[in-house]
Design a protein around this ligand. Structure first.
Ligand SMILES: [Zn+2]
Length: 312
C-alpha cells in the first residue's frame, strides 16, 4: 500500500494585501486535485488509520492533501474547490491564533518579507539585537540533531534564517520581530482575524465533512523545548480543539523534519488524544503502518504546475 501525503499552506491571495508572493493559484490547485484523482484514491488520516490497521500489502495508491497553519483561505478558497471535486482535505490549526488572535512569528516573518527585502530585514533585526545589550546564548545546531538546513543560502541570509528558527532564544527573537512587525502592521488582532481561521470556521469545516488536526500552540520547534514546555504546546492546542471536537485527531509537527521532534513528542501526542504524527520528511509511505511516523511532501516536490513530476 502506498500513501502519498502532500502539504500546502495557502492559495495565492488575489488582493495582494498579504502573502501574495507565494502559494499555488486557485486554478492550478484545482487541476492538481484532478490530476491526483487519476492515480490515487483521496482519503483523510482517519480513513488511513482504518485502512492501514488491516496491514494489507497490496498496490493500492492513496493520497492525503493537507494544509498547515490554519489560514483563512482554507475556508474561503480551498473548501469550495475541494467540495466540488469531492476531495477530502485535512487542515492543521495552531492554537495561539485561535485563542488569542495573535499572528505567529513564522507568519510575521513572511509578512515582513512582503515589505522588506530579506537583506534589509536581517540588518534591521541585528540592529535590534545589538540594542538589547544582553549577552545572548545561542543553541548549537549539532545539539538539535539537525543537518543540512539552508544549504542554498550563504552569508548573512543563512545566519539570519538559522538565528530565527534554530539558534536564538525564542523570547529574544520574538521581542525584536514584534517591534519591527508593529511598524508595518499596527493592528495585530485585526490582521490575525483576517489571516487565520477562527474556532467557528473550524467547526464549519468539520461539519462539511473535512478533517481537522493539531499543529502545536505557538508553532515552535518542539525539540528545542523542555518536556514541560513541549507538553504545554500540545496540551494547549488540544484544549482549543476540544471546543470543536473531542475525537482523536491527527497532528502535524511544526517544521516537521528530523530533529524538530523527539520521543517526548510522540508520547505527548498519544497522551493528548492525537492519533498520529505527520512530518515533512519528503518520502512516500510504503506499507507504513506506524501512525507516529507519517512522511509528507511539499506541493513543490511533487508538482510542476498542475502536472505530477512523477507518479509515486
Ligand atoms: Zn506550519
Amino acid at each position: 500500500m502506498r500513501l502519498l501525503v502532500i502539504n500546502y499552506h495557502y492559495l495565492r491571495y488575489k488582493n495582494k494585501k498579504f502573502l501574495a508572493s507565494s502559494g499555488v493559484g486557485d486554478k492550478i490547485f484545482r487541476d492538481q486535485l484532478i490530476e491526483l484523482k487519476k492515480y490515487y484514491t483521496p482519503i483523510n488520516f482517519s480513513e488511513y488509520k482504518k485502512i492501514s490497521s488491516s496491514k494489507k500489502q497490496d498496490d493500492d495508491r492513496y493520497v492525503i492533501v493537507t494544509f498547515d497553519d490554519g489560514l483563512k483561505d482554507c475556508l474561503t478558497k480551498v473548501i469550495p474547490i475541494a467540495k466540488k471535486l469531492k476531495f477530502p482535505i485535512t487542515f492543521f490549526a495552531p492554537g495561539l491564533p485561535l485563542e488569542k488572535q495573535k499572528v505567529l512569528t513564522i507568519q510575521k516573518i513572511h509578512l515582513l518579507l512582503e515589505k522588506e527585502k530579506v537583506e534589509s530585514l536581517a540588518k534591521n533585526f541585528y540592529q535590534g539585537l545589538k540594542k538589547l545589550k544582553k549577552p545572548i546564548k545561542r543553541n548549537k545546531l549539532k545539539n538539535l540533531g539537525i543537518k543540512g538546513v539552508y544549504r542554498y543560502d550563504t552569508g548573512l541570509i543563512r545566519k539570519f534564517k538559522l538565528d530565527l528558527n534554530y539558534l536564538l532564544p525564542y523570547d529574544v527573537r520574538d521581542k525584536i520581530i514584534n517591534k519591527i512587525f508593529k511598524r508595518y502592521y499596527p493592528d495585530e488582532k485585526r490582521l490575525a482575524r483576517q489571516l487565520y481561521l477562527s474556532i467557528h470556521d473550524l467547526k464549519k469545516i468539520l461539519k462539511s465533512g473535512f478533517e481537522i488536526g493539531g499543529h502545536s500552540y505557538t508553532h515552535s520547534m518542539l525539540s528545542r523545548l523542555t518536556p514541560r514546555k513541549q507538553e504545554e504546546e500540545i496540551e494547549k492546542n488540544r484544549k482549543i480543539l476540544d471546543k470543536i471536537t473531542s475525537e482523536s485527531l491527527p497532528f502535524s509537527i511544526p517544521f516537521g523534519h528530523i530533529g524538530t521532534f523527539n520521543n517526548t513528542t510522540k508520547r505527548l501526542l498519544k497522551k493528548y488524544n492525537f492519533f498520529n504524527l505527520v512530518t515533512t520528511e519528503r518520502k512516500l509511505n510504503i506499507d507504513n503502518y506506524n501512525q507516529y511516523d507519517i512522511s509528507r511532501f511539499d506541493v513543490n516536490d511533487v508538482f510542476s504546475g498542475s502536472k505530477l513530476k512523477k507518479v509515486l
